[in-house]
Design a protein around this ligand. Sequence first.
Ligand code: NAD
Ligand code: MG
Length: 388
Amino acid sequence: SAAPSRRRITILGSTGSIGTNTLDVVGRLGGRESFDVMALTGNGNIALLAEQAKTFGAKLAVTASDEHYEALKDALSGSGIAVAAGKSGLAEAAAMDAGWVMAAIVGTAGLRPTLIAAERGADIALANKECLVSAGALFIEAVRQGGGKLLPVDSEHNAIFQVLEENQRHALERIILTASGGPFRTWTLREMASVTVETARAHPNWSMGLKISIDSASMFNKALEMIEAQHLFRLKPEQVEVVVHPQSVIHSMVGYTDGSVLAQLGSPDMRTAIGYALTYPRRGHLPVERLDFTKLSRLDFEAPDPDRFPALRLAREAMETGGVAGAVLNGAKEVALEAFIAGRLRFLDMPRIVERTMAMLSQLPAASSMDDVFAADEKARQVAAGLL
Ligand code: NAD
Ligand code: MG
């Protein structure tokens, strides 16, 4: 029988950038000696999912796509590892009895399984920012009612989570999200008009999945993170600031009413944030590159350019509108992003599609249930697709 110190964990989206980093951290912090891996989920990369499930002795492996079910079954035959697929498979993975769940599926596809885990009371390590952007207060409430902790994994929010002390909340004035500025920080609008997926995905500092890399280039990633921060830390829109900091050494900052600013610094390596969420409130030992301050010749800061990066203004509008505006922004953004990746939309047209969708759906009522959130997301996708 399991020793009391063993922990049951599940990783939704284990084959992605965050997922593989999470398993790396799990391996370094004890692996199968310390953790019972309940469920791992992926999508099309069946070979990797099967290998992860065997290495970590998972109880259940799930592919999100039904068409890969047979391949996953074959890859795990004789292993004793259960296999499932599709939305019901993801739901099954989320429902398994793990006390800690990494939510690392990309996009709104992550919302339903993460909610299932939250409602049954698991601690949620949240990489999937879309949960907060789209469902905001309803998602926070689901976690609260379930009784688990909400542990931010997005590096900026994890930084704030590390330095923001609850007993000083009365003096919290603002939070300052840092942004690398992405690959087009110094490009002109004219140059940005014809960028390709290949240039947009090449992030200067962080190695991440395709979609978030392109969102970083358009600064839609920072836009989502502003809304994410508003909900996570219960802030007014004007309390959320963004500063471009090309070195990505300061991961974000908290400003207090006495003028103090506290920051969390580190190398651009997601394993620090993932590890903090896994071992909270303690810290583990991780082989992340140490900052050498004698070699950091400088830290630069600049204001984001609103003309080249309209995503930030759209986020602020969504924060002020409230209700389902975040779901609309995100749904439209996902459609525009997929069209850009498919070569059907130009880079600078992504924010235009989102802006027009938001304008057309500005009268949607606030969500009173998750169904309203899904309906707003779906409506935004339809409108955005019609505008392409
Ligand atoms: P990724 O594309 O590398 O991985 C996504 C994971 O989700 C994979 O396991 C994939 O199989 C799975 N998946 C894809 N489509 C799916 C679907 N329709 N249904 C179910 N599963 C599906 O993405 P990532 O970079 O790891 O990002 C994951 C999430 O974490 C995103 O919400 C992203 O914004 C957030 N995040 C990522 C980073 C990072 O450094 N990569 C940093 C902060 C936040
Ligand atoms: Mg981030």
